[in-house]
Design a protein around this ligand. Structure first.
Ligand code: SAM
Length: 348
């Protein structure tokens, strides 16, 4: 139950971390459930059914999420992204999103989705004020999409992409996790697509997330290699970073291209020094770095001491714990271990 009203006027940004990074971006994993089983996201235990999903009671309720966001916005958060798991599979998600976008001071709510339900939900999202979308698409070949995701869904996802383009979502970003011997022979096809369609095609370096992830050094391809390959197609014209670009380096492939290319290099050129993110996992844990397992248990605060002051303190504690950088390479080198969190819970 809500016991205290939050003052909605943002005071100032209280959320500056120990390394002087202002934290203004909150990513919410609405559920650890997903209608796909992407090979780079799901760990071996998860795909064999060895790891259970969260129970309904373990998820934060919509009321708890809204309350947290209200407090966070009053402290300086200006942007929220909904992710998961697959955010659109959570029951009654549209009514939650309508409440979320009505929060005063929050003018930027985005979603990351696999696109399977976008044809169905695109219009309602747009009407609710969510007009910026990232869609995962790792291949343009239906049979390969089925092999990577475990579901024959290419046509459905493609209709979702056409739906959001027709509705006027902007930006529309497509995320491709580039993997050697799996989909790297399509890098140039994706790059050419950015010349024809008004979207941003983003190439993401494969990250080792989750114990028993299928990441390995042979499958990983660096941004430098991806850019060198695309460079054979024509001039890569660097663009000034826009507000919506996040950590991506953005280019246009030739002056006449309808869309752009984005390169996200969490491993080879990490962007930790500019990181402005805080994550709330689907289990209600505040996590200040995708690749570090330290978390603050907000769910326990929300259920045992549900005051705005306690929520504020939990947010501040998570920010104070934010590491200077993920140092994943060094950690893997030292102990052979990667980060143990599960992508579906953390929210990619
Ligand atoms: N279900 C939604 C989707 O498919 O976009 C949201 C969740 S998904 C975990 C969010 C993003 O994380 C996707 O773009 C996905 O490609 C990316 N991702 C997942 N595992 C990854 C990994 N090991 N390395 C790099 N990106 C990864």
């Amino acid at each position: 139950m809500i016991q205290e009203n939050t003052s909605f006027a943002p005071l100032r940004n209280d959320l500056t971390d120990l390394f002087s990074r202002p934290i203004s971006y909150l990513r919410l994993s609405l559920t650890d459930r997903c209608n796909l089983k992407c090979m780079y996201c799901v760990t071996e235990e998860e795909s064999s059914g060895g790891l259970s999903k969260l129970l309904h009671d373990e998820l934060l309720t919509y009321e708890e999420l809204l309350r947290t966001v209200r407090v966070a916005v009053a402290m300086g958060i200006t942007k929220v992204r909904l992710t998961g798991g697959e955010p659109l599979v959570r029951r009654n998600v549209l009514s939650f999103i309508r409440d979320l976008t009505r929060i005063e001071g929050l003018d930027d709510v985005r979603i990351t989705t696999n696109g399977v339900l976008l044809e169905q939900y695109g219009k309602a999202l747009y009407d609710a004020g969510v007009t910026k979308v990232n869609i995962s698409l790792d291949s343009l070949r239906p049979e390969r999409v089925a092999a990577i995701t475990g579901v024959d869904c290419f046509d459905q996802v493609w209709r979702g992409i056409e739906t959001v383009l027709a509705l006027g979502f902007s930006p529309v970003k497509l995320n491709m996790v580039a993997m050697r011997h799996i989909n790297d022979d399509e890098i140039l096809d994706f790059a050419r697509m950015s010349q024809q369609l008004p979207l941003q095609m983003r190439f993401i370096e494969f990250m080792p997330i989750g114990a028993s992830s299928r990441w390995n050094a042979d499958t990983y391809i660096s941004t430098d290699e991806i850019m060198a390959r695309i460079g054979t197609l024509g001039e890569l014209i660097p663009l000034q970073k826009g507000r919506a670009d996040g950590p991506a380096k953005v280019f246009r492939l030739g002056a006449d291209a309808a869309g752009t290319l984005g390169f996200i290099s969490p491993l080879s050129h990490h962007f930790c020094d500019r990181c402005n993110r805080l994550r709330l996992t689907s289990a209600g844990m505040l996590r200040s770095c995708l690749l570090h397992d330290e978390e603050v248990n907000l769910r326990s605060v929300l259920r045992n001491e549900p005051t705005d002051a306690a929520i504020r303190e939990a947010l501040l504690m998570a920010i104070r714990n934010k590491p200077r950088g993920h140092q994943l390479e060094e950690r893997m080198h030292r102990s052979g271990s990667d980060c143990h969190g599960r992508m579906s819970r953390i929210g990619g």
